[in-house]
Ligand binder design. Structure first.
Ligand code: KG4
Ligand code: ZN
Length: 355
């Protein structure tokens, strides 16, 4: 079954052709990064207008790269939430129009679910249940993935997403937005001990994240005399180390308390090599395995949308023409209390109390 997928939830215009859920025939993305260089972030109105201009050319490129035409498609798929409402509407409207004109079924895809699916596309060894850390510019969430379509949300960010914190720190350092890659590259060049930044909610006893306080601490530090004098590389490394420590610690705790042996990493922040290496190193000690897709499937892309739609075709009915964008769309049952800390063998909690 060959599916043409569209992704326009934020600032990337993407289309892809995927056969039977995993065979990627094309995966095309037009970035809007250059449009926002002078703004320090995405301007929703400009993003929507750019999607309108780019989506059909991107679709034609995806079809020609796959050496196929619209007539060869068996179904269509589109991200309908969460994201920026204007951006989502462009993809949803184009997909609905094509579905009606061509008589093709249209599958409505949740952007976060598509990110969770991405590691499964390239890692056939990744087993259910597994823990998925999906860290991007718009969300940072921990899920227990029991099977496709059955997700338990363990935690999410209470304020900024991890990618957003990378981006804002990067802007404060004069390195532009998006800045995750720039911060990673700066941090890799650090050869000095940097400051120690706070790790908010590290010991909160749940699976939630907070990156806003960490970001503010870095921005304030950069304004102090000490911060102005210290090397940007060392400050970037100290920030990255705190952000990664938060994500790795909560992910490991979720794995320990769920009993899952496999962990997947996805979303734009998953491109971060330091995050991947730290997670892998700490998992290896506990005989846990970590899986991550290639960078082109970590960041926003339409292949994960078209791939997931193949399974929606088996599990769900297609969307009707009443489909609308849903900017606040959630995913999965939220019940983190099911996963409470289990006392470790030999820890003080397991020893009998002395009167
Ligand atoms: O998944 P994505 O493309 O879009 C959203 O769904 O948000 O993620 C984009 C985010 C940006 O905030 C970007 O700075 C971050 O991913 N990112 C990184 C790296 N590459 C991209 N963050 C940290 N390290 C990286 N190497
Ligand atoms: Zn995303």
């Amino acid at each position: 079954m060959t599916i043409l997928g569209f992704e326009t939830s934020f600032d990337d215009t993407a289309a892809a052709v995927v056969r039977n859920g995993t065979e990627i025939l094309s995966n095309v993305m037009a970035s809007q990064v250059d449009l926002f260089k002078d703004f320090g972030g995405v301007v929703p109105e400009i993003a929507s207008r750019a999607h309108i201009q780019m989506l059909l050319p991107v679709m034609h490129r995806a079809l020609s790269k796959a050496e196929l035409t619209l007539g060869d498609m068996d179904a269509l798929a589109v991200t309908y939430g969460p994201g920026l409402v204007g951006s989502l509407l462009v993809g949803v409207s184009v997909a609905k129009g094509l579905s009606y004109a061509l008589g093709l079924s249209l599958y409505a895809i949740n952007h976060v679910e598509a990110h969770i699916y991405a590691p499964l596309m390239t890692n056939p060894e990744l087993e259910f249940p597994h823990i998925c850390l999906s860290a991007a510019g718009g969300h940072t969430s921990l899920y227990l993935v029991k099977s496709l379509g059955d997700y338990q949300m363990l935690g999410g960010t209470r304020d900024d997403a991890a990618g957003e914190a990378f981006d804002k720190v990067s802007v404060a350092m004069g390195k532009g937005c998006p800045g995750g890659r720039a911060i990673e590259q700066l941090a890799a060049q650090s050869d000095q001990e940097g400051p120690s930044f706070p790790r908010p909610m590290m010991k909160s006893g749940d699976y939630d994240f907070s990156f806003s306080g960490l970001k503010t601490a870095v921005v304030r530090y950069l304004e102090t005399p000490e911060g102005r004098q210290s090397s940007l590389e060392a400050t970037a490394a100290a920030f990255q180390s705190a952000a990664v420590d938060l994500m790795v610690s909560k992910t490991l705790r979720a794995a320990r308390n769920s009993g899952a042996r496999h962990i997947s990493l996805t979303g734009g922040v998953a491109c971060n090599g330091y995050l991947y290496e730290q997670l892998k190193a700490r998992c290896e000690r506990k005989h846990l395995r970590v899986f991550r897709p290639p960078a082109s499937l970590c960041t926003d892309n339409a292949a994960m949308v078209a791939g997931l739609a193949f399974h929606k075709h088996r599990l769900d009915s297609p969307a009707g023409l009443e489909l609308n964008a849903d900017p606040g769309l959630g995913l999965g049952k939220t019940n983190p209390t099911l996963l409470v800390d289990t006392p470790r063998q030999g820890s003080r909690k397991t020893r009998p109390r002395t009167p």
